[in-house]
Design a protein around this ligand. Structure first.
Ligand SMILES: [Zn+2]
Length: 389
């Protein structure tokens, strides 16, 4: 008589679920799979599944094992990937679960499929392969408050969907489309799904923004402080929807005004670390501002009248974007400190999230909000542009 566990295993393996969830060609085109790097450079991680699962070697997609209920520690070994005490002689494996089920990595839950990769440095990386719509479920809560009016969350959904597609197109030849942090869009899996954010994704199913028939990077930020920024002032991108617009709806934002005191010694050290030769700082002046009011050039002068000039963008990056919350500030030196009085939070390009919240509160709908922040762009659906991705 076969052991109970092996009967169960045979049953599980007989279930028909493929290495990638099956869906029609049209569905795949309109809801493409995103590849999101969710963990990187890990020595080990915990992996759990609360139902059936299968493990494949990649890229051969050969079924290695499967079962019911998994809870194990995963780490890298010389030969491949260790599952508890079990050695798998592969440097990339794929874990699949039936559609709708979750995979737990270090306690956080993820939809879709998970690829675990042993890197050359003997560390582990995890790529979550997830459909665009499911990915958005895990993004919106991190980007806006789920308590905001639904039209503001919908506007964020359309912007985030477009931005994800843009990144997927840019990174087609890379191992993954995006990371899960502020360098792309903050994504934390099914753990961060909420009723209202999921509803906003469903209500905007497949909706994206295009300009002249193609997608573009729909940047957004927390609070513009009055006027959004021209992307051309920051990056090599000069298109009408990202030229900046009047906002006037983000005054309620807790980030509307900020002040920051930075010891001059800290600035001196950072300047020196970045190759600027400057002594004891005497003055800091905003020399030029761009149309949106943000500092274009900042001059730092020392007590021997030696000075250096940085762009507002470089100064912010050097000092840390969470300390210098925006490039829209007034600098003044007070004893041994630089006092920055600023407005807004973020790079200022594209949609102002707190402004979108304010507009929705005044009865504007998602498409009206997007028209203000991305002038010249229009809302369409993925199926209308699929051939251009
Ligand atoms: Zn604003």
């Amino acid at each position: 008589m076969m052991k109970k566990t092996s009967v169960l295993l045979s049953l599980v393996l007989a279930l028909s679920f493929a290495p990638v969830h099956a869906s029609s060609a049209a569905e795949k085109e309109n809801n493409p799979v995103m590849r999101v790097l969710v963990l990187d450079n890990r020595d080990s991680m915990s992996l759990a599944v609360k139902g059936t699962y299968r493990i494949y070697s990649m890229p051969s997609e050969k079924l290695l094992t499967g079962g019911y209920i998994l809870h194990t520690k995963v780490r890298a070994s010389e030969q491949g990937i260790m599952f508890g005490a079990r050695k798998l002689k592969f440097s990339k494996i794929r874990i699949t679960v039936p559609e709708g089920a979750l995979i737990y990595l270090d306690g956080r839950s993820f939809r879709g499929i998970v690829d675990i990769i042993k890197k050359d440095n003997m560390k582990l990386a995890v790529i979550n392969r997830i459909t665009l719509e499911e990915y958005l479920y895990g993004v919106l809560y991190n980007e806006v408050s789920h308590r905001w009016p639904i039209e503001a969350i919908k506007a964020q959904g359309i912007a985030a969907r477009t931005f994800a597609l843009y990144q997927a197109r840019q990174n087609k030849l890379q191992d993954y489309d995006m990371t899960n942090d502020i360098y792309s869009q903050v994504y934390s899996g099914a753990t961060s799904e909420r009723w209202s954010t999921t509803r906003a994704v469903k209500l905007t199913l497949g909706k994206i923004l295009i300009f002249k028939s193609g997608i573009f990077p729909t940047y957004y930020h927390a609070t513009c402080g009055g006027r959004t920024e021209d992307a051309a002032n920051l990056w090599n991108i000069d298109i009408e929807p990202l030229k900046g617009s009047e906002c006037g709806f983000c005054k309620e934002s807790p980030h509307y005004k900020w002040t920051k005191n930075i010891p001059l010694s800290e600035i001196e050290k950072k300047l020196s670390d970045n190759g600027y030769k400057i002594g004891k700082i005497k003055s800091v002046t905003a020399m030029a501002r761009n149309k949106s009011g943000r500092v274009d050039k900042i001059e730092i002068r020392d007590d021997s009248d030696v000075s250096c000039v940085l762009t507002g963008k470089d100064f912010r990056r050097m000092m840390g974007p969470n300390d210098v919350r925006s490039a829209n500030f007034e600098p003044s030196v007070n004893n041994d400190k630089l006092v920055l009085s600023g407005i807004g939070w973020g790079h200022g390009v594209g949609m102002c999230q707190w402004g979108a919240n304010g507009m929705a509160g005044h009865g504007r709908n998602a498409e009206e909000i997007l028209k203000i922040y991305y002038p010249g762009a229009k809302v369409t659906t993925i199926d209308k542009i699929a051939d251009k991705l």
